[in-house]
Design a protein around this ligand. Structure first.
Ligand code: PEP
Ligand code: MN
Length: 343
């Protein structure tokens, strides 16, 4: 249920409604807009309905949230967009974020070179996997803790916040020590226990769409994080499985405006994993930025031909600045400004 407060409602009245919601075992998720405060009451619908919140002081109306996803639903924040702040870099609303870095952390030299080059080229955040979800158990699985240490060094040297994947809840502690944004990979989108754990960790989350997941399933996955009280979820379209085999995955650009209709959460696009090859990454990035994506996450490597994984799709780091400039211009078409320094 959604409790819409009157524009004149006081903080005390909002607090009283929250306490009342919590008194029946439901959770209250207030969302303070410019005009009104809306409180999402998530719990047993019957119990919440029986509270008689309509008659409470400061309450305008009580309405059901019609969609199965509740906290991520646009209904809860009418006309408003969630803006996630990562160390002063903003993502969402009119703020565009360029997340760049190698597929995986391979060595100190490769990581630091990549970080310096994308920082100089205008990146907002640095990406790199220390734990890698590989299709084959015989492939390189990531440097693990040593990889996290290198990411921390890259941040210390460049100031770029870190986006890195958490594969297993048992690695949560070391990962949150280094990550400014925790990435949930496509293959883990429906790992609900992991999502809830991350929700409780209180770090922003980049949630990738599963290879065959519908947008509703993606939003239901986001709900697992939001429900734990973590409001900072970035939805990521990274290509889905279709009958087409001419490229790695089909980048679903329609997901950008549709997710924005359905949800207030920022939408990030990963052109690298969709494309599977370098030549496609720039056109897909430009299309995504012009279509209103709130950010791009792109793989960049100093020497892609030597990369341990995903070499063919990684942009060459020496071309990153020119690429970033074009993406920035495409984002401007959608009315967005690159947020690449602390606000
Ligand atoms: C990645 O970003 O490195 C990755 C493995 O992506 P995905 O989960 O989308 O395949
Ligand atoms: Mn990759």
């Amino acid at each position: 249920m959604m409790i819409v407060m009157k524009p004149t409602a006081t903080d005390e009245q909002v607090a009283a409604v929250i306490a009342r919601i919590e008194s029946c075992g439901a959770r209250a998720h207030p969302s303070r807009g410019e005009e009104v405060t809306i409180i999402g009451a998530i719990g047993d619908r019957e119990h919440v309905a029986r509270l008689g919140l309509e008659g409470h002081e400061g309450v305008e109306k009580v309405v059901p949230i019609l969609k199965p996803f509740k906290l991520s639903s646009a209904e809860l924040k009418p006309g408003e967009r969630t803006v996630v702040d990562v160390d002063g870099r903003r993502i969402g609303g009119e703020h565009f974020s360029l997340i760049a870095g190698p597929c995986t952390v391979e060595s100190r030299d490769q990581t630091l070179t990549a970080a310096h080059m994308v920082a100089a080229g205008g990146a907002s955040l640095f990406r790199g996997g220390a734990y890698k979800p590989r299709s084959s158990p015989y492939s390189f699985q990531g440097l693990g803790q040593e990889g996290l240490r290198l990411l921390a060094e890259a941040k210390a040297q460049t100031g770029l916040p870190i986006v890195t994947e958490l594969l297993d809840a048992r690695d949560l502690e070391p990962v949150i020590e280094v990550a400014d944004v925790i990435q949930v990979g496509a293959r883990n989108m429906q790992n609900y226990a992991l999502l809830a754990e991350i929700g409780r960790a209180g770090k922003p989350v980049l949630l990738k769409r599963g290879l065959s997941a519908t947008l509703e399933e993606l939003l239901m996955a986001a709900e697992y994080v939001l429900k734990e009280g973590n409001p900072d979820v970035l939805l990521c379209e990274r290509g889905i499985r279709t009958f087409e085999t001419a490229y790695r995955f089909t980048l679903d650009l329609t997901a950008i405006p549709v997710l924005k209709e359905l949800s207030h959460l920022p939408v990030i696009v990963d052109p690298s994993h969709a494309a599977g090859r370098r030549a496609l990454v720039e056109p897909l990035s430009l299309a995504a930025a012009a279509a209103g994506a709130d950010g791009i996450i792109v793989e960049v490597h100093p020497e892609p031909d030597e990369a341990i994984c995903d070499g063919p799709q990684q942009l060459r780091a020496d071309g990153f600045a020119a690429y970033a400039e074009k993406v920035e211009r495409a984002a401007a078409i959608a009315g967005k400004v690159l947020s690449n320094s602390p606000a």
